[in-house]
Design a protein around this ligand. Structure first.
Ligand code: DQA
Length: 151
């Protein structure tokens, strides 16, 4: 069974209370629960991880590369700033989908650059929790096609 790792970057632990007009009212635990039921419906395994520390996220990626077939990541602010996060994802060498709750292209100019997007299988942004669900489903499709091509 394919295993997908979902990584949430800095400040996403505050979802529900953090700028709800931009990020919505769902908490991180609720998002993780939705992804767990989506995974069960699609017949894949999921594990979710959040940290406010870039180093801990890099350590998690280095560790999860042994068991994950693909990654859904909301890099939060790190997407706009971190070459190290890009390098960590490239080192995992698995397809990843970048997701954002908000649409960064409708916001401040500095949010329009993501170091990750050029290396991502795809990007889903602007649909709140549905960005995660769509990104998750799309990654499952990528992995299924990959498995079909390998067999
Ligand atoms: C975000 C968008 C980023 O610009 C911001 O720094 C976040 C959340 C989103 O999900 O919309 O922390 O990734």
């Amino acid at each position: 069974m394919a295993r997908i790792a979902v990584v949430h970057g800095p400040n996403l632990n505050l979802l529900g209370v953090r700028e709800p007009g931009i990020y919505g009212t769902a908490t991180l635990a609720e998002i993780d629960r939705v992804l767990e039921s989506e995974a069960a419906a699609l017949g894949v395994e999921v594990e979710c991880f959040q940290s406010n520390s870039e180093g801990r996220i890099l350590d998690y990626l280095a560790e999860v590369r042994e068991r994950a077939d693909g990654i859904v990541i909301n890099p939060a602010g790190l997407g706009h700033t971190s070459v190290a996060l890009l390098d960590g994802l490239l080192a995992v060498n698995r397809p990843f989908v970048e997701v954002h709750l908000s649409n960064p292209y409708r916001r401040e100019g500095f949010r329009r650059r993501s170091f990750l997007t050029p290396a991502a299988a795809g990007l889903v942004a602007g649909f709140g929790v549905d960005s995660y669900i769509s990104g998750f489903r799309c990654l499952c499709g990528v992995l299924a096609r990959q498995a079909g091509a390998d067999s």
